[in-house]
Design a protein around this ligand. Structure first.
Ligand SMILES: Cc1ncc(COP(=O)(O)O)c(C=O)c1O
Length: 454
């Protein structure tokens, strides 16, 4: 595209498009317009290629440009582009997708409520839990317990369950009372200053205290992301925590909601993240990679006994969205799952994850690399000023952002949350692409050390 046309597009973009979580300083510096995707690579309007280490915001797990998905979408569009899933109306791809999910999901998670994204999935699971108790004659059981540092979405309910104050600050007061937060499983920064080897799962004890502190008879559900997401860089929970949480919820008659929107669908080397600990929640929320990034869709998969409770009572779930259960999107999701199975991408994620882990561990040689953590294809590198004391870098220096920009300049999309660098590439990433990723990241870290004299 010629220079003049690009300049005109940039002007129009700045004037008329409001991107989410816009960083106007970055937009002013240089906004990026992408025009093409192929596998793990994207091409911008200037023809520059980028290795995408964050799978287009954790979505394109099978890579870009999969003709199988495009074909499935076109075929469905030509038959019936859309009819909603509501009342007594179904469409064939939605039925087949729900059947497929029932066969994949662990335990008796088998009834799917389709939505359009992750926020809607968490919002829906929260409302399912609340309505369940309301129709059982326990309307005072409405509280939801989340955890600090977890993100569950942008809608007010999901945001109220979120434990990241920065996201909530402009929208206070949130939906309160009704939401409380327990400790996270961020062991590197344990709130109690304990070590995983000797803490006796103090975070689980804390969850129990929060539940009891709210008065048991008022609590409907606990919502957690089994591995907290990119905001704090994938701290894998200590073994026993999720099993203990399941036992706790069972013991107290509370629902357990797992938000696997970011960490589910193959990324941990299992189809569902919870399978790593053999724990089955009552509601499982999926989105992002669930549709391979092709079209928007999320889902709440509920245990059959819970869905049956609604059916038995002849009560409708008084909640839904016009575009819930879009047949064209369902066809795309089915094609995405077919690729994952045919190319054995879950097993591949486990194998490439081990390789990635080994290559990443090499970065410990740098004085600012404090912690490297993750699982499967989900990894984070936390930068610090002092490895031993874990003293953070001066946030005003913006070292993480400097490293991110260095990578972008050199043809690699890297995500940072302050001084935590996060990577979550497509499951199809190859060993040579991993090598390229590490090479560019290492260059950027070396440059930052020199630049800031660290
Ligand atoms: C763990 C988790 N839950 C929920 C959401 C919300 O999903 P969406 O942005 O699709 O609404 C996200 C999005 O980043 C997420 O990472």
């Amino acid at each position: 595209m010629d220079k003049k046309k690009i300049e005109e597009l940039v002007k129009v973009a700045k004037k008329y498009v409001w991107t989410s979580l816009s960083d106007y300083a970055d937009i002013e510096k240089e906004l990026k317009i992408f025009v093409k995707g192929e596998g793990c690579y994207l091409t911008d309007i200037h023809g520059k290629r980028y290795l995408d280490t964050f799978a287009s915001l954790l979505t394109t797990i099978c890579g870009h440009h999969r003709p199988e998905i495009a074909r499935a979408v076109q075929e469905q569009m030509e038959k019936l582009e859309f009819f909603p899933s509501y009342h007594d109306c179904y469409t064939v791809p939605v039925i087949r997708l729900a059947e497929k999910l029932a066969s994949l999901a662990p335990g008796d998670l088998s009834v799917s409520f389709f939505v359009n994204d992750g926020s809607e999935a968490c919002e829906s699971a929260i409302k399912m839990a609340r309505q369940y108790f309301w129709q059982k004659g326990e309307p005072s059981r409405y509280k939801i317990i989340g955890r600090r540092y977890s993100y569950h979405g942008a809608t007010l309910g999901a945001l109220s369950a979120t434990g990241l104050p920065d996201f909530a600050e402009p929208f206070q007061p949130l939906l309160s009372p009704g939401f409380s937060h327990a400790m996270s499983t961020w062991c590197y920064h344990c709130e109690l200053g304990l070590e995983p080897s000797s803490c006796n799962l103090a975070c689980l004890k804390n969850m129990e205290q929060v539940i009891l502190g709210e008065k048991l008879e008022t609590v409907a559900a606990v919502i957690v992301d089994p591995i907290p997401g990119s905001n704090i860089g994938y701290p894998v929970p200590p073994d026993g925590y999720l099993q203990g949480l399941r036992a706790l919820c069972d013991n107290y008659g509370i629902f357990l909601i797992f938000d696997e929107i970011q960490v589910g669908f193959g990324k941990t080397g299992k189809f569902f993240c919870c399978e790593n600990w053999k724990v089955v929640p009552d509601f499982l929320c999926l989105a992002k990679g669930f549709s391979g990034g092709y079209l928007p869709m999320g889902v709440v998969i509920a245990k059959s006994e819970i869905a049956d409770e609604f059916r038995r009572a002849g009560k409708d779930f008084r909640h839904g969205f016009t575009f819930s259960g879009n047949p064209t999107v369902a066809a795309a999701v089915l094609a995405n799952i077919e690729i994952i199975e045919k190319e054995r991408l879950v097993e591949k994620a486990a194998t490439i994850g081990k390789f990635l882990k080994e290559r990443l561990k090499g970065l410990y040689k740098y004085p600012i690399v404090g912690d490297i953590r993750g699982m499967g294809t989900l990894w984070a590198i936390e930068l610090v000023a002092n490895k031993k004391s874990k003293v953070p870098l001066n946030p005003k220096l913006k070292v993480g952002t400097y490293i991110r920009d260095h990578c972008w300049k050199n043809g690699m999309i890297l995500r940072n949350n302050g001084d935590i660098l996060v990577i979550a590439p497509a499951l199809i990433i190859t060993k040579s692409e991993v090598d390229e990723m590490i090479r560019l990241m290492e260059q950027a870290i070396q440059d930052a050390i020199k630049h800031f004299n660290l």
